[in-house]
Design a protein around this ligand. Structure first.
Ligand code: FES
Ligand SMILES: [Fe+2]
Length: 367
């Protein structure tokens, strides 16, 4: 994991003000709750007294009460009341919960994982996501895979016609993405399977945001071509813009073996005017997320769960030319870890790049 980053840990809507919620993220058991004015609090879920899970506790005004002996902890983590000692007792300063820095932006809760410098940097949300006017729906689920491999599965699109096929639901992909009006979409299946080549690949770097523009196309058929824009922002956001849909995905480690996914699907810009009610406008994103989780995601995970080694890194992949986004992700991940004072767990060394003219700047330090 890369220190000194904001990690999207859950949706704002998941933390209400009537009860605490437990989540496991970045290898830590956390409890999230809101004080009476709605301020979000994120603390270690282990009670310092005898280790009970604070996520099973109760909110008591602006404190969280432990489920075991009801010691009360305030938003700063300090124990302010131990009922078994009475209200006049002096409570040691060490009776406290670790408290984490959190922010709420773009409908998500962000946890700072790193050194507490003042002021902390801004949460990194690129303009194509931050300024997007469309309504959206966001779903959250977890997968038993290492987050780096999950991220990599969203950094290439030429796996799409290979992996996302043969389920009845994929007919929506065939027809909606590749079908022509002339043939009422019925030529979609053939054209979708033929769209295997990546052309016009261009990568740019802007701080910790990488942008990859390319066409997914059929070799020799200029009419069968899908322009795509993929934006990656560290530590784990992918935004995909194509003609049929726009999505943003945040991937956060639960631990080294599991990943939490926050998947956002935007309303169809074409239907925006026809559908006035926000609830109706969110209907298609909601249905798309349902299908994403139950069909496309299952297809991806069938492959990703079997990947070895389970964590990506230098000298792990044998990249080809059109993998430049993925290659840059691996390089910058190491650079950011080094900047944060972490010794990379992978061996440094040359990258293995076959048949590639990746350009020297790919391996130069990021600006
Ligand atoms: S274990 Fe939490 S109050 Fe005793
Ligand atoms: Fe996929």
């Amino acid at each position: 994991m890369i220190p000194d980053q904001w990690y999207a840990i859950t949706r704002s809507q998941d933390i209400r003000n009537d009860r605490p919620v437990g989540v496991r993220r970045l290898g830590m058991d956390l409890v999230l709750w809101r004080s009476t004015d709605g301020t979000l609090v994120c603390q270690s879920a282990r009670c310092p007294h005898k280790g009970a899970n604070m996520a099973d506790g109760r909110l008591r005004g602006d404190t969280l009460g432990c489920p075991y002996h009801d010691f009360r902890f305030d938003a700063d983590g300090q124990c302010v009341l131990a009922p078994c000692l009475g209200s006049e007792a002096r409570i040691p300063k060490s009776m406290r919960l670790d408290t984490h820095v959190v922010r709420e932006e773009a409908g998500l809760i962000w946890l700072w994982w790193g050194r507490r410098t003042e002021p902390l940097p801004e949460v990194q949300i690129p303009p194509e996501v931050r300024d997007k006017p469309e309504l959206y729906a966001t779903s959250s689920w977890s997968q038993p895979v290492n987050y780096t491999r999950y991220i990599e599965s969203l950094l290439d699109f030429y796996h799409v016609p290979v992996v996302h096929r043969d389920h009845w639901f994929n007919w929506f992909d065939y027809v909606g993405w590749s079908g022509t009006a002339k043939h009422l979409g019925l030529d979609g299946r053939r054209r979708y399977f033929a769209m295997t080549k990546v052309e016009n690949s261009r990568l740019s770097v802007d701080g910790t945001t990488l942008r990859h523009d390319f066409d997914l196309c059929q070799e020799g058929d200029p009419t069968n071509r899908a322009p795509m824009n993929v934006t990656f922002t560290f530590p784990g956001m992918v935004h995909i813009h194509t003609e049929p849909f726009d999505v943003t995905i945040w991937m956060t480690p639960i631990d080294e073996e599991h990943t939490q996914v926050l998947f956002r699907w935007y309303e169809d810009a074409h239907l925006k005017k026809a559908l006035r009610l926000p609830a109706l406008r969110r209907l298609i994103p909601r249905m798309a997320l349902f299908a994403q989780k139950r069909v496309q995601e299952v297809q991806d995970m069938r492959v990703v769960r079997q990947i070895q080694p389970r964590v990506t890194g230098r000298q792990v992949n044998r990249f080809v030319a059109v993998d430049e986004l993925n290659a840059k992700y691996v390089v910058m991940r190491d650079q950011l870890k080094k900047q944060a004072g972490v010794t990379p767990d992978e061996t440094d060394g040359a990258y293995r790049v076959d048949d590639a003219d990746l350009g020297a700047d790919l391996f130069a330090p990021s600006e």
